[in-house]
Write a protein that binds this ligand. Structure first.
Ligand code: FES
Length: 123
């Protein structure tokens, strides 16, 4: 996975099952892609990953371009770009959260993110 800091075994939250259309970028500009899915400034990092084991991914804008489709489901295989993975994701996410080994212990309102399944208290 490019240079995204997604430690093996950690599952991010799905910020949205669709990419963000970004139009205001300049070639050479460095952005930090949210890897954990918790940022309130999607698709970019706002520091919310602290304490989760995730880090943001630096991305240098390759070209002046009108539109980039940046992944917000956090499961793309070509970060930070959307590769269409989000279309088949919802059922798998529900199943993983339903069968999460930490469901009984960690899925509580005070939990920031269950990195075993991507569960958030708002779900
Ligand atoms: S939004 Fe993540 S692959 Fe499309």
């Amino acid at each position: 996975m490019a240079s995204a800091e997604k430690p093996s075994g950690l599952v991010p939250a799905v910020a949205m099952y669709a990419p963000a259309t970004v139009t205001d970028l300049k070639k050479g500009e460095v952005k930090r892609w949210c890897v954990c899915g918790l940022s309130k400034k999607q698709p970019w990092c706002d520091g919310s990953h602290k304490g989760t084991g995730f880090s943001s991914m630096p991305w240098t804008v390759p070209e002046d371009q009108k539109e980039y489709y940046i992944c917000q489901c956090k499961h793309t295989k070509t970060p930070p770009y959307c590769d269409g993975t989000h279309t088949n994701l919802p059922e798998g996410v529900k199943e993983r959260q339903k069968n999460c080994p930490n469901k009984g212990t960690d899925h509580k309102p005070e939990c920031k993110l269950c990195t075993k399944c991507g569960w958030l208290p708002e779900f």
